[in-house]
Design a protein around this ligand. Structure first.
Ligand code: UDP
Ligand code: MG
Length: 136
């Protein structure tokens, strides 16, 4: 039975700054993802705070929101079979040091805070995050 899902991906400022946008998109396409929607934007810190609200009690929250709003990002809706988990696997572990060979974070991540990509962690959050960036 097919289980087509959509998930939200963000190419973070560290990767956009290093001109990795096309290479990362190629990785998605080569792994069977369709990019249904995409836009390059820069967000306000207040928007980053809303997006990452789930982390508001964490010690890294302020730096994380500063960082996500520090430069252009590319926000995309990705689609494929089991897209949420598939994207998490393709991204690799949060800390690039722990990310498996061949994953985006292993290839391009600099550090736990500059780890090049965001991906939704559940179908519920994927729907919320897609609405956050793409609902009119
Ligand atoms: N993060 C950080 N320090 C930490 C943990 C997380 O700077 O100790 C940042 C990192 O950029 C990560 C983001 O906060 O991507 C969100 O954390 P989460 O645990 O949701 O990781 P992800 O879902 O991005 O793998
Ligand atoms: Mg997360």
């Amino acid at each position: 039975m097919s289980n087509i899902e959509q998930t939200l991906s963000i190419i973070k400022p560290d990767a956009v700054e290093r001109n990795l946008e096309n290479e990362i998109k190629e990785m998605f396409k080569n792994n069977g993802f369709s990019i249904l929607k995409e836009k390059k934007i820069q967000i306000e810190k207040s928007e980053a705070e809303k997006f990452y609200k789930v982390h508001e009690t964490k010690p890294f929250y302020n730096d994380l929101c500063e960082y996500l709003s520090s430069g252009p990002i590319v926000v995309m809706v990705l689609e494929k079979e089991n897209a949420v988990l598939g994207n998490r696997e393709l991204m690799g572990a949060t800390n690039p040091k722990d990310a498996e060979a061949g994953t985006i974070r292993n290839k391009y991540g600099i550090s736990i805070d500059k780890n090049s990509v965001h991906g939704s962690d559940s179908i519920d959050n994927a729907n919320k995050e897609i609405d956050f960036f793409f609902k009119n």
